[in-house]
Write a protein that binds this ligand. Sequence first.
Ligand SMILES: Cc1ncc(COP(=O)(O)O)c(C=O)c1O
Length: 476
Amino acid sequence: MSDVYVPPQISGELGQATPRAAADRNFFVRERSVPARKEIDGVSIEKLVSKFGSPLFVYSERDLRTKARRMRRAFESRYPKTSFAWSVKTNYLNAIIQVFRKEGWIAEVVSDFEYEKVRKLDIPGKDIVFNGPYKPNDALKRAMREGALIHVDNWDELSRLDEIARDIPGPIQIGLRVWLDAGIRPVWSKFGFAVANGEAERAAAAVIKNPKFHLHSLHCHIGTYILAPEAYRTAAQKLVVLRERIDTRYGQLVDCLNLGGGFPSHSLLHGMMGPAETAVPPIEDYADAIASVLNKLPARKRPLLRLESGRCLVDEAGYLLTSVVAVKGVNRASMIGADLSGRGFKERIVLNEDSRVGYVIDAGINLLYTAAWFQFDVRPARATKAPASPSRLYGPLCMAIDVVRESVDLPPLAAGDVLSLHPVGAYNFVQSMQFINYRPAIVLLTEKGTPEIIRARETLRDIDGPERLPAHLSVG
Ligand SMILES: Cc1ncc(COP(=O)(O)O)c(C=O)c1O
């Protein structure tokens, strides 16, 4: 027997992705090098940064439209009576709202601010779903007058609506937000009326009783980043049963069932193994789950299905480009081969921590609120064959908690290197803080690949404009 070592071969059955697939399934395997991301939709990342500055949010219009069309196809091919609403809070940049509008999406808003914003874009009341646990009276008045669909969240709101409706001609379109157990934990019982104990049915009765109201929708939103399509089957079934009960008791078959949003994007929570494409079910599975319930109803009884997705449509369209501004730790290029730095020594001996190289970048948790939950994919903008090592990404804030990734494999980097973080299109810009730093410019790459500024970098005027100095504190 030969004692020449033959390395084990991985079966070719896994296809072209074999080496990566194996690495992705084994937490302890590290790839030797990290692939670069040099461009977005064919546009050079380094050129974008040199033209528009760093950091920079970039959105791909091509990706937004592709996702919107795939979702439309997934649902309409299974259940043609589907209507799509853009969850404005997920990303309320005007340009993003407009992309969805041009794709035929209506708007779903959850505050007076969002309502005003979409009206300023000329989206008519009839194309607005007004959700949320708190809607001030003035906003409700305006929305009712303008024919928006108002989703009632609670009894107090319902009695305010009854009161306001006295001065407004009907019919006023009303939906009921309800909560139900679809097998997902935690159950989002903060919002709406409970289905299980009959509260939702009582609320429906109260709406039907008011001759000015038309009960248009039953609405639930079971959570976000839901990885189980089955949960939507359960939610749809429970809404169908509620609708039947309302029909039997009050003689009204509600027009529309709104299943909310919650479909996941191709992102990974901390601790999840990738790639996201294998961890996250495709949108078609969610469409199957919902349509299979509704298609069991006789054709004349089939409701309008409405969805109000956010995350799954916009997350992957968004990138954050950022630059390394400083290198910290023992592995910095200039120290390779040298003795441990004092810092590394301290980390190892005192904190019992491994000595990861640390990079300070110019974008932090002020811009990346969701860094607390999601592990962004971090790629350098230039290719390098140098082996990757575990690294930590610090943001620029003078705050110890400003860490974007605790540990991410990166090749040796130097100040000035550009990185891209992805996907960051959902809930990051809208929850970003003007804290310590200005917020950066935002660019949309059009379908033709032209970069268009859709939000300018903030200046001092944007921030101290609303401030007022009392006379006794005036300058000079
Ligand atoms: C009522 C409602 N609809 C839609 C959404 C959008 O959810 P997602 O981004 O998970 O699709 C949300 C977000 O939490 C919501 O609260």
